[in-house]
Design a protein around this ligand. Structure first.
Ligand code: FAD
Length: 295
């Protein structure tokens, strides 16, 4: 199904993100994770594409297809363009179509030492435009409540987001953030620039201090003092840090849902235990919102 339709059907769309297993392990290693995530009945599951330079691009199509065919959950395949030619992208789009994929998260991607720009795509909006012309897919885009790290001016960044919407992106998923106020300010700016597409808030429960430091240094997300205190206090106690990270993410989500967000996209980091704990705490809230009892 076209996942844009979910926003017409539901007051709150709740989805998960997973990443493909490393090329050195069998794709079957993800089966247990998916079995457990399936029980949490997400609206869809997205599958990353070569994120973190992991050389797993070929697995995104296979795994996105598996999410649909084996687990009966709608899928969203991520696709980056910066280091691909148009011909290579067309080849990948053919594979995705043949695998029954209907939804693509169209991204620019980042340049790394092994991923250089091929000069045919400079921005995600160009990929959105390219995919749209084929007419085969529903297209989703990424957005940045605190601004993208390459763009110092948040208003300019939002105008660039508007270009993605005009090119054909039908909804957006946000970068992770730890302070909801950034997200609310961003929603106000989105209104100001007349961006109509629904926005899902990206939430990552943090269970490892090094992981947060690495991610925030890459994407420039601010770490609030309250959250820093948690990481410093429990960094040497795995269980305590995990529990505090889950509690923090849960509190963020309850606040977001109560404020009427369009949806939440949970970065599961392939950890079904954490997803289950969070789901256990908020499933009645999500159901209540979707049954119209909380509106
Ligand atoms: P764009 O929308 O192109 O924006 C990139 C920068 O260019 C911004 O600063 C923007 O303001 C600026 N810009 C845009 N258009 C113009 C223009 N016309 N003129 C001038 N400046 C412009 N990476 C992966 O490798 N694999 C993944 O699976 C993956 N999944 C992601 C999922 C989500 C939800 C998010 C938020 C990010 C994901 N990323 C992934 C990371 C993403 O590739 C990077 O953040 C990348 O740096 C930007 O991608 P984008 O699609 O947002 O780019």
């Amino acid at each position: 199904m076209n996942i844009r339709e979910l926003f017409e059907e539901k007051n709150l769309v709740f989805s998960f993100e997973i990443f493909p297993p490393k090329v050195s392990s069998s794709v079957e290693t993800i089966y247990n994770t998916l079995e457990e995530l399936k029980d949490l009945t997400p609206d869809y599951i997205s599958v990353t594409y070569g994120a973190g330079g992991s050389l797993t691009e070929n697995r995104t199509c296979e795994l996105s297809s598996l999410v649909k065919s084996k687990y009966g959950i709608e899928s969203l395949a991520h696709l980056t363009c910066i280091n691909s030619t148009k011909e290579e992208i067309d080849f990948l789009l053919r594979d995705l179509k043949n695998a029954g994929i209907e939804n693509i998260l169209a991204l620019r991607g980042d340049m790394t030492s092994h991923k250089l720009s091929k000069g045919e795509f400079n921005y995600a909006s160009e990929l959105v435009n390219h995919i749209k012309r084929r007419g085969d897919f529903n297209i989703v885009g990424a957005c940045y409540p605190e601004g993208h790290i390459d763009c110092k001016d948040l208003d300019r960044d939002i105008l660039n987001l508007k270009l993605k919407e005009e090119a054909g992106a039908s909804h957006f998923i946000s970068q992770l953030f730890f302070d909801n106020n950034y997200f609310y300010d961003f929603l106000e700016k989105k209104e100001k620039y007349n961006i109509k597409s629904p926005i899902q808030a990206g939430i990552m429960p943090v269970i490892n201090k090094k992981q947060v430091e690495r991610i925030t240094s890459l994407c420039g997300t601010n770490i609030p003092k309250k959250f820093l205190k948690i990481m410093d206090r429990y960094e040497h106690n795995k269980e305590a840090l995990r529990d505090a990270g889950i509690a923090y993410a849960t509190e963020q989500m309850v606040d977001l849902i109560s404020s009427g967000v369009d949806g939440i996209h949970l970065y599961t980091m392939n950890n079904p235990y954490v997803a289950k704990r969070i789901n256990g705490s908020i499933s009645s809230i999500i159901n209540s919102v979707n049954n119209g009892n909380a509106i």
